[in-house]
Design a protein around this ligand. Structure first.
Ligand SMILES: Nc1nc2c(ncn2[C@@H]2O[C@H](COP(=O)(O)OP(=O)(O)OP(=O)(O)O)[C@@H](O)[C@H]2O)c(=O)[nH]1
Ligand SMILES: [Mg+2]
Length: 332
C-alpha cells in the first residue's frame, strides 16, 4: 500500500537522574560525594533516505519512543545515554504540527537530517554540588524530560512535471512510453491508484514526471479519488494535461480542458500558474470530424498554451512533446 500521509507521535528519552552517593572505603572515613550524572535521553531523528519511497512504515506504527538515559551511580559513574531512534522518510516529506498543520521541516531533498524530538539532559550527580560550605551535599538533579511531539508527515513527490487528466485518458500509457516506469494500464477508469514516477531522458538531460490518478468533475468535492493526489504535483514546474480526443472520450476535448482547469483551481489556484502543455492523446483513433480537436487547438493558441497531438499508444509525436517539455525545464 502506498501511504502518503500519517499522523505520528514521538517521545524522546528522558534524561537519567543524577546520583547522590558518598565514597565509602575502609580507610577513608569521610570520602565525600561521588554521585555521577545521569545519561542523556535518546533523540528522535528523521533522515531523508533513498531507501525509503513512501510513508507506509508509519501506517503500522504510529508511536515511537527513544530510550531513556540511565541513572548516574556511585564512583562518579555517568549513566548510559539512551539510544537515538533514527527513522527514514522519503525525500519530499514535510513535517507539520498536529493538528494545526504548521510547517516544522521540509525534506526537500535526499540526505537531510532533522532532530524532531530532543532527549532530556541527564541530571547532575552530587559531586557537582560540593562547595567549601557544603562538603556533603545531599543534592542531585533529576533528569530532564524528553520532548514529546505529535506531527503530520506528508509526502509530496519530487517531480518536475505532472500528468493531469480524466481517468482513462492515457496518462500511464504515456509515462510508460517516455520513461522506464511500468505502471498498470487498462481500459477502465481508476487503474492508477497511487502516483508513479518516471525519469524522462532527452538529449542527455533528464527530468522526473509524475503519473497520478485521474481526476473527475467534482473531484474537489470528493468525487472519484478526490483531489488528494494533486498534492504530488504542487511542486512541479510543469503540468501536462492529457486529453483523450478520440470519439470514445467521456467529454469533448475543450470541455475536458475546462473541467480539469476548474478542478485544479478549486484545489489550489496557484497550480494554474505553472507552465502548461496540452497533449491531445489518442489521435490514432481520432474521427474524420476534427471539430473537437480544432476547438481545443484554437483555444490553446489564444491562451498561448503549447499544444501537441500525440498517440501515447503508438508513440506518435513524443519527441516533439519532450522537446517542449524540456524547454520549460531549466536545470537546477
Ligand atoms: N488507441 C489508443 N489508446 C490509448 C492511447 N493511450 C492510451 N490508450 C488506452 O487507453 C486506456 C487507458 O490508458 P491508461 O494509460 O491506463 O489511462 P490513465 O489515464 O492512466 O487512466 P487512470 O489511471 O485510470 O486515470 C488503455 O486501454 C490504453 O491502452 C492512445 O494513444 N491510443
Ligand atoms: Mg493510470
Amino acid at each position: 500500500m502506498f501511504i502518503d500521509r500519517a499522523i505520528v507521535s514521538f517521545r524522546a528519552g528522558d534524561g537519567g537522574d543524577g546520583s547522590h552517593s558518598f565514597r565509602r572505603e575502609k580507610f577513608i572515613p569521610r570520602g565525600g560525594p561521588d554521585g555521577g550524572d545521569g545519561g542523556k535521553g535518546g533523540d528522535i531523528v528523521l533522515v531523508s533516505s533513498p531507501m525509503c519511497q513512501s510513508l507506509t512504515d508509519f501506517k503500522y506504527k504510529r508511536q515511537f519512543e527513544a530510550e531513556d538515559g540511565g541513572a548516574g551511580s556511585r564512583r562518579k559513574c555517568t549513566g548510559r545515554n539512551g539510544a537515538d531512534i533514527v527513522l527514514q522518510v522519503p525525500a519530499g516529506t514535510v513535517v507539520k504540527t498536529f493538528p494545526d498543520e504548521k510547517l516544522i521541516f521540509d525534506f526537500d531533498r535526499l540526505g537531510l537530517e532533522f532532530v524532531l524530538a530532543r532527549g532530556g539532559k541527564g541530571g547532575r550527580g552530587n559531586v557537582h554540588f560540593k562547595s567549601s560550605v557544603n562538603q556533603a551535599p545531599r543534592r542531585s538533579e533529576k533528569g530532564e524530560k524528553g520532548e514529546e511531539i505529535k506531527v503530520v508527515l506528508e509526502l509530496k513527490l519530487i517531480a518536475s512535471a505532472g500528468l493531469v487528466g480524466l481517468p482513462n485518458a492515457g496518462k500511464s500509457t504515456l509515462i510508460s512510453r517516455i520513461s522506464a516506469a511500468r505502471p498498470k494500464i487498462a481500459d477502465y477508469p481508476f487503474t492508477t491508484l497511487a502516483p508513479n514516477l518516471g525519469v524522462v531522458d532527452f538529449h542527455g538531460r533528464s527530468m522526473i514526471v509524475a503519473d497520478i490518478p485521474g481526476i473527475l468533475e467534482g473531484a474537489h468535492r470528493g468525487e472519484g479519488m478526490g483531489l488528494e493526489f494533486l498534492r504530488h504535483i504542487e511542486r512541479t514546474r510543469v503540468l501536462l494535461f492529457v486529453i483523450d480526443v478520440s470519439p470514445y472520450a467521456a467529454l469533448p476535448p475543450l470541455q475536458t480542458f475546462e473541467m480539469l482547469e476548474n478542478e485544479l483551481r478549486q484545489y489550489h489556484p496557484q497550480l494554474l500558474q505553472k507552465s502548461l502543455l496540452v497533449l491531445a492523446n489518442k489521435i490514432d483513433l481520432a474521427a474524420e470530424d476534427r471539430g473537437g480537436i480544432d476547438a481545443l487547438r484554437n483555444f490553446c493558441r489564444r491562451r498561448k498554451i503549447p499544444f501537441v497531438e500525440i498517440s501515447a499508444l503508438k508513440a506518435t509525436h513524443l519527441e516533439k512533446m519532450k522537446k517542449i517539455l524540456f524547454s520549460f525545464h531549466e536545470p537546477d
